[in-house]
Design a protein around this ligand. Structure first.
Ligand SMILES: CCC/C=C/C(=O)SCCNC(=O)CCNC(=O)[C@H](O)C(C)(C)COP(=O)([O-])OP(=O)([O-])OC[C@H]1O[C@@H](n2cnc3c(N)ncnc32)[C@H](O)[C@@H]1OP(=O)([O-])[O-]
Length: 429
């Protein structure tokens, strides 16, 4: 029998009079249920041990054993749907078999054919329960689900963070639901311009998304813009070391450095990365798209890299990914001569995967993403890595070269003048 905190708290299935701990069929402790509950909670909450894993240790009640009710069973079915972690095929088969036994009794349906692999395995699991009584199957089902739920720890409360969210950020909304980690740029009043804080949070969010249970990771923006690129205020916050220090720090943020590695975080991201472009995209939010696996755009989105206007040069590996995707001539129009693309043009050039009507964009895209997130995660991640692996070294080298050039550009009069023009209201895109 598996005990967990929720079981010991509610006392479900136990006679509350007393509980005896047995070791190798010898009773070693006998105490009242209340005391037992207190001790079990302390032991389990400190994660010292799980009684079911101790060889020879058995738990016996001295009173009447109460089987799980139909209500408990129904509640367990609901709880099963809230599990965040996949319990694995073996456990899922056990759950399936117990469910069938509890609801239909012993298996007496014909054995599926040899080639019907999945149904055959399920049938075998059910059949293996033999003549187990329905109420015992119900109890085992409830216990199994209960142990899985408690193994995941207490549910995250709404007050602690938004639904499905793993961590609260200042400039992003990050949620994980239905196998999708969504990273939403969340400075709509500033058109989601990327501050230094946001760069750092994006790296942290990517790191978490790469390690959590999600299958795919999706970027999108809050409000009417996807992103207006680098926040030009980043250039106005001059640190103690002066402009040179500012340019160097910004370069390190983009480049492969131990703790600051913005573009690197995209190059090395291990799972499928999808951009949902909900409105205009500018600067680094466009160049980085070459490192995404799929880009969906709403019809009215635009794509603009005004580097020459700003006295700057391309980044996000676009000096390599853009010519590779669309040819040097088209890439030069965009990266040198500031050509703004419509979503349809960006799609024709291969920067965008597909364009959707504004009216149905969100519903069509999210339906598709939810379906993608149901695909086998390991297969997806490994296939992505096969596609990207051959180019990784090249991309890191391109990133380094681009950043070296940018650090020079950020110190140039051309760049300083362009930034001043923006804040004096002289230059808007
Ligand atoms: C580091 C790696 C290198 C990266 C390179 C790049 O990304 S290059 C690309 C660099 N990016 C650019 O050059 C884009 C510069 N931005 C623009 O040209 C225009 O804002 C616009 C066309 C994006 C939107 O025009 P619109 O008339 O629809 O809206 P609005 O103008 O009224 O904006 C609302 C508020 O947001 C503010 N804000 C917006 N974007 C930025 C920003 N990037 N920065 C700071 N602030 C920004 C704006 O000041 C205003 O603030 P306020 O006054 O309310 O306190």
């Amino acid at each position: 029998m598996v005990f967990d905190t929720s079981l010991s708290k509610s006392g479900r299935g136990l006679d509350r009079n007393s509980v005896t701990l047995w070791c190798r069929s010898v009773p070693v402790v006998d105490f009242g249920f209340m005391y037992f509950t207190v001790i079990m909670n302390r032991i389990l909450s400190r994660r010292f041990l799980r009684l079911s894993r101790i060889p020879g240790l058995q738990l016996h009640t001295t009173g009447v054993w109460m089987a799980a009710s139909v209500e408990d069973f129904n509640q367990a079915k609901v709880q099963l749907g809230t599990l965040k972690k996949d319990p694995g095929n073996e456990v899922k088969l056990k759950i399936y078999a117990l469910f069938k036994q509890a609801t239909q009794g012993p298996c007496n349906t014909p054995k599926p054919g040899m080639l019907d692999f999945v149904n055959k395995v399920k049938w075998d699991a059910w059949k293996s329960l033999g003549a187990l009584a329905q109420e015992d199957a119900r109890q085992q089902y409830v216990d199994l689900v209960s142990s899985l739920v408690s193994a995941e720890g207490p549910p995250v409360t709404a007050a602690a963070s938004p639904t499905g969210s793993e961590k609260a950020f200042q400039t992003l909304l990050v949620t994980t639901e239905d196998g999708i980690t969504t990273i939403r740029l969340n400075r709509p009043q500033k058109k989601n311009a990327i501050t230094v804080e946001m760069y750092n949070e994006l790296m942290e969010a990517l790191d978490l998304a790469g390690k959590n249970d999600s299958v795919i990771t999706v970027f999108t923006g809050s409000g009417d813009f996807y992103c207006s690129g680098n926040d030009l205020n980043n250039f106005t916050k001059i640190p103690e070391g002066g402009v040179e220090k500012m340019a160097k720090d910004a370069g390190e943020l983009l480049r492969q450095a131990p703790s600051r590695r913005y573009v690197k975080a995209y190059i090395d991201f291990p799972k499928p990365l999808i951009a949902v472009i909900n409105g205009p995209a500018v600067g680094i939010s466009v160049t980085i798209l070459g490192l995404f696996d799929v880009v969906y755009a709403t019809e009215s989105a635009t794509f603009h890299t005004p580097f020459s206007n700003l006295g700057q040069s391309p980044e996000g590996c676009s000096s390599y990914t853009f010519p590779k995707t669309m040819g040097a001539a088209k890439a030069s129009e965009i990266l040198l001569f500031n050509k703004k693309l419509t979503a349809t043009q960006a799609c024709e050039l291969g920067l965008v995967t597909e364009v959707f009507p504004d009216s149905s964009f969100q519903s069509e895209v999210w339906t598709r993403l939810k379906a993608y997130a149901k695909l086998p995660p390991n297969s997806l991640a490994l296939s992505k890595q096969l596609i990207r692996q051959v180019e990784k070294d090249k991309l890191h080298a391109v990133n380094d070269a681009e950043v070296d050039r940018l650090i020079e550009r950020w110190l140039s009069d051309e760049c300083m003048q362009a930034v001043m023009n923006f804040f004096q209201g002289k230059a808007k895109l």
